[in-house]
Structure formats: C-alpha cells, structure tokens
Design a protein around this ligand. Structure first.
Ligand code: KIV
Ligand code: ZN
Length: 508
C-alpha cells in the first residue's frame, strides 16, 4: 500500500479562518496532540507575519520530536530569513515557499510577468535551500493557472532544490476529475517529477475539498494538506479525518494508507473545538455528534442500533467511546488514573493530582462520571495552565424575572488580596462579567460566548467558551462546572488571565 503523508495546516490555514486564532500555548497543546495523532508534517503558522506568529512557530518547532515542522513563507529573502530563524531548532524543519502562478494573481496582486515568476521561483528556492534541505514549493491558485506554465514553474523549483511541489486549489474551484487530471498531467510532464513528492491542498468552497483530495491521491499525490474538522479560510480546507477514514475504510479501492492513529481522531477534534470555541456541526462526517447515531426505531426488526451492517465504520476506530465505563464517588485514584491513561492522556504528577481532586468534587455532585466528563476535566485543567492573575473565590447571584439581575464576585489576585465587586446586568452572566470588569479595572468586551452540555442528563457539566477583547488584544477562555453560571464566570476569568499573560509575553 502506498503511504500518504499527512500535512496538517490547522495551525496555519485553519487558524486564518475567523474565530479560530490560537495563542502560543494553545498552538503548542494542539501541536502535541497532532503529533500524537501521527501527522507527518505540521504547518505551525507564518513566522514572518508578526512577532506573535514567529514566537508560536519557534515554540512548536522546539517542542516536536517526531513530526516535521514547517512555516509558510512568501518567496522573499526577508521572509525566508525570519522563517528559518523560527524553524531552525526543529528536529525536522521544512521551509514552505509560496508564489502565485495564475494570471489573475500575477496581474492583480503580484504585478509581475510569468518570466519574473520563473526567475523568482528559482532564485528563492535556491536561497531557502542554503538554510534547509527540505523545501516545499506551492504555486498559489494552481488550479486556475495555465498547466503548461505551472509545469515550467515546478521544473524551476525542482531544479533549484525543492523536495515537494504543492498544487493548491486556493479558491475551491476545481472538480474532482479535473483536479486529478491536473495532478496526473504534472506528474507525467514535469521534468524531475520522479525526484520530488507531489502534494494537494484543497479548499471547500464547492464542498469538494475531500473529493478533490481523494482524486489527487488516485492520480498519484504523495502528500495531502488538510485540517482538523476541515477548518480554514472561507468554507475551510479538506478535513483530515474524512480523508484518513476514507482511505482506511476503502483500502481495496485506494490501495493507500496513512500513519494516522485513527483512535486519536475524536480527541483531536474535540480539543480543537475547545481551544477555538467553534463547535463541529452535529451531522459533520466522522466527528459530528450524530455521525454514529442511529435511531433504533428506523431499523428493521432485530437490528441493533450501532451494529456494523448499518455503518461503514465503527465508532471505536476514531476513539469515540460510548461513555459506558463510568466512575463514581467510590472510585479510587488508581481506577481514575488508569481511565485517564486509557483515554490517551499522559499527564504529569501535578496535573494528575489536580484532576483527581476535580473528579472527586464532580463525583459528589454527579451520580456517574463518564469518559466525556473526564475529557472535559482534562481540557479545563490544561486551559488553566497559565500564570493566573485572578482566581475565583466566591460568587453570589440574585436573579429573577421581576428583579434586575445582580452579581457579587470576589476574586483572589496574584498579590494575595481579595477584591469584591457588585454589578447589575441583563442577566446573571452579564452581571457577573460586569462585576469582574470592575475588579480588573479595564474595559473588557465580550466578543463571543458559547455554552454546551458535556453529557446528557440534568446533572451534566456545562462547558462555556468565551472570547474577549480589550485595548486591541483578544483572548479566549474555557470554563467547566455543573453550574452554568459558574462555568461562565470561570471561562471569563480564564480569558482575562490569558489576555494578561499574552500581554506580558509580548512586552518581553
Ligand atoms: O490556499 C492556498 O493557496 C494556500 C497556500 C499557501 C498553500 O493556503
Ligand atoms: Zn489554503
């Protein structure tokens, strides 16, 4: 079977989509999980775009030990210099160069001729090659470029030392057969094609990103670029989980496989949703809430819901546990730690202690604690893993349909003082956020707020994600509690701590 390389661009193209920006710590958490998932290449950002992006790419490059780390760079010497500076600590670095090749972009954006592009390609690949052995070259808007010209550009890139050539369908315009034919044409006609890998990069504007990617694989692509949950610019990129599961489910047809540990798919998808606060649509293939649900009364008599004849995959293949193993307040530390490990979390001693404490508190409030509860606990503890300027001491809410909601909040500050403030609002959550704003003494605006239940049932934990902004900076926060007001307050405080932490990092 042919081994297809998975190039994950969740932290670059994915992060470029509205609401999906991640701070440095979130990028590191996500990169670690992507490495656990088994992706071959992680695109960590555009190092030359800003100091913040540079720091994130460098941090991810230093962190990973198995996956190749890359950063996108315009084909300009100053961008290549800073890209390499960010990547040079990676165990396996790759510089990813980009030049537009369609006449549309040459005329409207680049204001350059085709021969300028050919020259710049050769010169910049050669320049980047002085720093890094592994160079990927992308021809932006390849699918609207003249194929003969595209072939010439790739030849120039290969001649100058490119190791991978990428064929982006940048505006999501191509159709599966057409895209496959383009890959086949390039593979067959580009001089030196046999010495490099061919890569696909498909956008989902017509809902065809995965179909186009699979067509590219059939046509000989060696690497596919994709994102978790299909996030990305506009309608998104090809979804990693859909490509991987299509290959796994239909091996006889594709005769191709990946190094992905599919049992990590669900967890990776959930982590991304938690970090970005963007929920997966319920009927999304593979990772949507109802992707493996089957109403038993629509089945013929005798058929059991969730049984294989009515599914092309089993939920366990993507690591979707049925939440059947439950722990309760009498479960001991060993049983709990064991379950955390089985769920794929390798947490250190301190975090394991914190987790167990939170588990015991939860088990006192909730009859049974299932896998989804444990995952949410892990996420909430990881979200709190930053220096905390404020922590919650206590809150008191007075609310009702005939009175103005009032919230009294007491926070502990890092200096060891307790500060209490009271505020009113449109509802108890708004009143609480107003009280917190008074304590932190800055104008903080709530940009996004989302709330969900971790499990079914009236004793379910509520999880809240918020995004706030203040003085031009933004930050996100996550909160978890069986009380949704408390979850909201915790998410807001977490976002404020993130905002302050990011601010101090940027000053350093
Ligand atoms: O869509 C696109 O063209 C890209 C390239 C940078 C690969 O994201
Ligand atoms: Zn893209």
């Amino acid at each position: 079977m042919k081994q297809i390389r998975i190039f994950d661009t969740t932290l670059r193209d994915g992060e470029q989509s509205p609401g999906c920006s991640m701070n440095i710590k979130e990028k590191i958490d996500m990169a670690r999980q992507l490495e656990m998932l088994g992706v071959d290449i992680i695109e960590a950002g555009v190092a030359s775009a800003s100091q913040g992006d540079f720091n994130s790419v460098r941090a991810v490059a230093k962190e990973l030990r198995n996956a190749r780390v890359t950063s996108l760079s315009r084909a300009l010497t100053k961008d290549i210099d800073s890209t390499w500076e960010a990547l040079r600590h990676a165990k396996y670095p790759r510089i990813h160069l980009l030049i537009p090749t369609s006449d549309f972009l040459l005329d409207s954006r680049l204001k350059k001729s085709r021969s300028d592009v050919l020259e710049q390609t050769a010169e910049m690949v050669r320049y980047a090659k002085k720093f890094c052995e592994d160079i990927e070259f992308s021809a932006e808007d390849a699918t609207r470029s003249d194929p003969e010209f595209l072939a010439k550009v790739f030849e120039a890139a290969i001649d100058a030392g490119a190791t991978v050539v990428n064929v982006p369908d940048s505006i999501g315009y191509a159709l599966p057969e057409e895209y496959g034919n383009l890959i086949r044409f390039l593979r067959d006609s580009v001089k030196g094609a046999q010495h490099v890998l061919f890569s696909s990069h498909c956008h989902n504007d017509l809902g065809l990103a995965v179909a186009n990617t699979l067509s590219a694989i059939q046509a000989g692509a060696d690497e596919v670029q994709c994102t978790i949950n299909g996030i990305g610019e506009r309608a998104g990129n090809a979804a990693l989980e859909e490509i991987v599961m299509a290959l796994k489910t239909r091996p006889a047809f594709y005769d191709a496989d990946t190094m992905i540990d599919t049992a990590q798919i669900y967890k990776t998808s959930r982590l991304l949703s938690t970090i970005t606060g963007i929920k997966v649509q319920p009927n999304k293939a593979i990772v949507g809430e109802s992707a493996f649900a089957q109403e038993s009364d629509t089945l013929p008599p005798g058929m059991i819901a969730g049984s294989l004849p009515y599914m092309s995959m089993r939920p366990e293949e993507i690591g979707l546990t049925t939440n059947k193993i439950v722990l309760g307040k009498h479960s001991g530390r060993n049983a709990f730690n064991e379950r955390v490990k089985e769920l794929g979390y390798n947490v250190d001693f301190d975090i394991a202690n914190m987790l167990f404490k939170r588990f015991k508190e939860l088990a006192d409030k909730k009859k049974t604690v299932g896998d989804r509860d444990i995952e949410a606990l892990v996420r909430s503890i990881l979200a709190q893993e930053i220096p905390k300027r404020y922590t919650l001491e206590r809150y008191v809410i007075n609310s009702g349909n005939t009175i103005t909601p009032t919230s009294s909040i007491t926070l502990n500050s890092a200096e060891g003082t307790k500060v209490e403030k009271v505020a009113i609002g449109f509802g108890p959550v708004d009143a609480s956020f107003n009280a917190i704003n008074k304590i932190v003494g800055r104008a903080v605006k709530l940009e996004e707020y989302s709330i969900g239940a971790v499990t079914e049932g009236r004793d379910a934990q509520g999880e809240v994600s918020v995004k706030i902004s203040s003085e031009g900076a933004t930050a996100k926060g996550y909160g978890l509690s069986t009380d949704v007001i408390e979850a909201s307050i915790l998410a807001y405080i977490n976002a404020i701590n993130n905002l302050i932490y990011e601010g101090t990092r940027e000053e350093q």
